[in-house]
Design a protein around this ligand. Sequence first.
Ligand code: SF4
Length: 371
Amino acid sequence: METMSAIALSTASDDALAAMLAARGAPAFRLAQLRRATWQPFVGGLGEIRQLPAGLTAALGQELLFSTVEVAAESEADQGLTVKLLCRLADGQTIETVAMETPARGEARRRSTVCVSTQVGCAVGCPFCATGRMGLRRSCTPAEVVDQVRAAASALHRRRLGPVTHVVYMGMGEPLAAYATTVASLRVLTGPAGISARRITVSTSGVVPAIHRLADEGIGCTLAISLHAATDELRDRLVPLNRVHPLASLVDAGTRYAARTGRRLSLEWCLIGGVNDSPEQARALAELARRARAHINVIPMNHIEDSPWGPPDRRTEVAFLGGLDGVTVTVRDTRGADTDAACGQLRAALEQRRMLRPDGTLSPPRAVAAV
Ligand code: SF4
């Protein structure tokens, strides 16, 4: 990576780049070439931009950072359709990014979705979440979020997959606690990166004032609420933020968001065996979804190493889903469950393995490869 004081290519303004080029005597058309190359998944560094003279890219490298993330490790799951990246940031912190390819099926077109992290760790502290156990170290910068999408696009491209069609803010961290980062990165992804806001989903555990603010930004991405419990009593325990912003205010904010943006609200439900899989919770969830005209996404929980939390048995899952009368429900496949997917788990697993080895090298027993 280039120097710390350099500015990030992905979030640099046109004016800043034009000034940089002009200072080196480059003609104005170089700006468009630089901009185009920023989003090409086969370009891995300034020196790989064939249209630019080598002398110019070398000079630009003094103050322009091609990417703010460096892929420290990659792993594959689902026969190579899911690629998980461990991204190292300039200060040595690491975050996770996941790219998922969904082949075309019936009427549905193929899609490539990238799941980005917005924070290193998370302060919300949901007890079932691997990231929550870390606490919050810091928020990502807008460039670190955008560069995760670029790194994932490259990883897909190398496997002859992609291009990226969808982005979900569902990785490590609470995107609306990193509000400025989330909004600035959304503006780049929906602007220069050319991804439609309709294909971007921001997932929140319930920062109510920030939901209202986001509704008024004019971006128009989809909002997903990580609900996980349909009564305050249970949600206070599962998502501690609920003690500050209880369910009624959260569902109201989500409903207003949907009305302001015209985007249908999603309610995410991580189905945890023996915790939120009862018929009473299913009934209460269906009632909330009907009121908010929301779609429900049920995600049977992945196992977390050294954790009592896990998915319910199949019969309980079927009974729970049967209780969601009169609402649209999708059951999401837990992509990557065969290695270490889910929020924070790839990173936690790699750190654990690193701790196990005296020399700190990554030599995982399963399909994780240091790069
Ligand atoms: S589930 Fe989301 S909000 Fe809760 S601790 Fe994990 S990353 Fe934070």
